[in-house]
Design a protein around this ligand. Structure first.
Ligand code: SF4
Length: 434
């Protein structure tokens, strides 16, 4: 819900907290549910994503699956979600939940009584002790206008210990351009409501590169976000996804996107200012105080296993035979509600492919400050191709010479300059894999 459009020139479908970390085909392919083909003894998932698709308005830059519900389907959605959660629970058996992330859509639009049902079920059917102790992380995305004190109390009582608040901008003019309708003053109220309820961690999402935005205006947005005192900020560059209304309007000449230099200038300024404010960049678009990084998103970027429930939610499990299985639920509420059985209706299931898994590790690895284990990447590349991965080694050393990659401590990590070119580095390294 918070936009998270910072996917730069990554392929369509490569969205961060919305869990789709793969190059998805343009057309949906209905698939048998992949959990049916995973060996019976296999378990060990500890991250859960829940997609709640409802929004009060469809923002015209957004390509996440969300809808304005004119038919009062929230209760039916929670009935179906309950069935799906029951269906996937065995895959979490014996493993404490380490991270839960509820995104959308606008999860804070779900009625409080329905929230109570979802939270109750999670505690009944999953091992939530790590979350209750604070070792685990439970995040809910909230829109500033629907993050009421009453909702925050219910979320806190249900174990939620982190909220991500979609501010996007504090300038009404830019919010209008994005078609975000909240009052900027409500961002501080939402943060305060979360704190009062005892939700320990808050994050704020901002978008930069809005048409007509200057560096000075962006700097004011960042300063206002810093002044809220949250320990996590996400700063996403506005991107024009192929099928959004905003992209169509830009193509019709209704406005111009800002130029690349201005966008790069905003990015560089942001990283320097947030570092000064004690928020280190740990991913291209994400900044946190020490220990306040989003553990759920880190699980994605480190290629951990997660299962997503709800329409359009993606899942990723490591296959015992090597590679990983990915799939996503059908991105249509009516199809989701009308589906039989417990597990969700699935499209675009991918067969395990160790080469794809490695390519994706490179793609995400150059976007996170911790980078990737170079020796492990080289060993896997060798084992996949059966020969010495010389092109990959040459590509990495060229990126080091260019000053984009740091190869100290046996890892390949993006440098400050490298963060600006993460997509290009990813493309080069993936091409060098052969
Ligand atoms: S609030 Fe706007 S950006 Fe967020 S999911 Fe809904 S339509 Fe998309």
């Amino acid at each position: 819900m918070n936009g998270s459009p910072a996917t730069g020139s990554l392929p369509p479908g490569f969205a961060d907290h919305h869990t789709v970390l793969t190059v998805l085909p343009q057309r949906e392919r209905p698939s048998a549910h992949p959990l049916g083909s995973v060996p019976a003894g296999w378990r060990g998932v500890s991250s859960l994503y829940i997609h709640m698709p409802f929004c009060s308005h469809k923002c015209h830059y957004c390509d996440f699956y969300s809808l304005v519900d004119t038919r009062d389907r929230q209760a039916a959605f929670v009935d179906r979600l309950t069935r799906e959660l029951e269906g996937v629970a065995p895959w979490f058996a014996g493993t404490p939940l380490r991270t839960v992330f509820v995104g959308g859509g606008t999860p804070s639009l779900l009625r409080i009584d329905l929230w109570e049902r979802v939270l109750g079920l999670l505690h009944r059917r999953f091992d939530t002790r790590a979350i209750a102790s604070g070792e685990g992380e439970f995040t809910v995305e909230c829109n500033p206008e629907s993050a009421s004190g009453g909702l925050m109390d219910v979320l806190a009582a249900g174990g939620v210990n982190r909220v991500s608040i979609g501010a996007q901008s504090f300038e009404v003019r830019h919010l209008r351009t994005l078609e975000r309708r909240h009052d900027p003053e409500n961002v501080a109220r939402a943060v305060e409501a979360a704190r009062r309820a005892g939700i320990a961690r808050q994050s704020v999402d901002l978008i930069f590169g809005v048409p007509g935005q200057t560096l000075g205006e962006w700097a004011r947005d960042v300063e206002r976000a810093i002044a809220l005192g949250t320990t996590h900020l996400s700063c996403y560059a506005l991107t024009y996804e192929p099928n959004t209304a905003m992209t169509a309007r830009m193509r019709r000449g209704e406005f111009e996107s800002i130029d690349e230099e201005s966008e790069a200038e905003m990015m560089v300024w942001t990283a320097a200012r947030l570092r000064e404010a004690g928020l280190a960049r740990y991913e291209v678009s994400n900044f946190a105080a020490p220990g306040a990084e989003c553990r759920h998103n880190l699980a994605y970027w480190r290629q951990a296993q997660w299962i997503g429930v709800g329409p359009s939610a993606a899942s990723h499990v490591l296959d015992p035979t090597g590679g990983s299985r990915r799939w996503r639920n059908v991105p249509r509420l009516d199809d989701y509600l009308g589906s039989d059985g417990a597990l969700g209706p699935v499209v675009d299931a991918e067969e395990p492919d160790p080469r794809r898994l490695l390519a994706e590790r490179l793609m995400t690895g150059v976007r996170i400050a911790e980078g990737v284990d170079a020796a492990r990447v080289m060993a896997e590349a060798r084992s996949i191709s059966g020969e010495s991965p010389d092109r990959l080694a040459e590509c990495a050393s060229r990126l080091v010479q260019q000053g984009w990659l740091d190869a100290g401590d046996g890892r390949w990590r993006p440098t400050d300059a490298g963060f600006l070119f993460a997509d290009r580095m990813a493309r080069d390294l993936m091409a060098a894999l052969g």
